[in-house]
Unconditional design. Sequence first.
Length: 132
Amino acid sequence: MAKGQVSLPLGDLEIAVMEHLWCAGSADVKATYEALQGDAPRSLNTVQSTLERLARKGLLSRQKHSRAYVYSPRLSREDLLLQTTSQIAESLGANNSNALLAAFLNLAGKEDDDSLDRLQRLIDERRNSEPK
């Protein structure tokens, strides 16, 4: 990790597994292992351990089919992002939300003006949906 970077709540392999399952919907260990072989060489046991760890963290559900477990995401990408962001903000004591808002603006502004427009639409929708 480069100096000044903060580690994410999930590791690289955990994120790769979640990405695969968000796309596939559900998969067993072998299918997940095969899907991840293009990234970096990993053993089947490493992938299985990662799936189990994600299930223990509550991010995946698993059901036994024949002799294998099939794993499915319990949260959408958006829900995980929202929960993770909220937890980080709360744990850092984001009582003053200026830093959090500035981070969102910085992130949205990196992409293009369309991102800022989408952010503005979300703000407008939120304001219009609140009772007056």
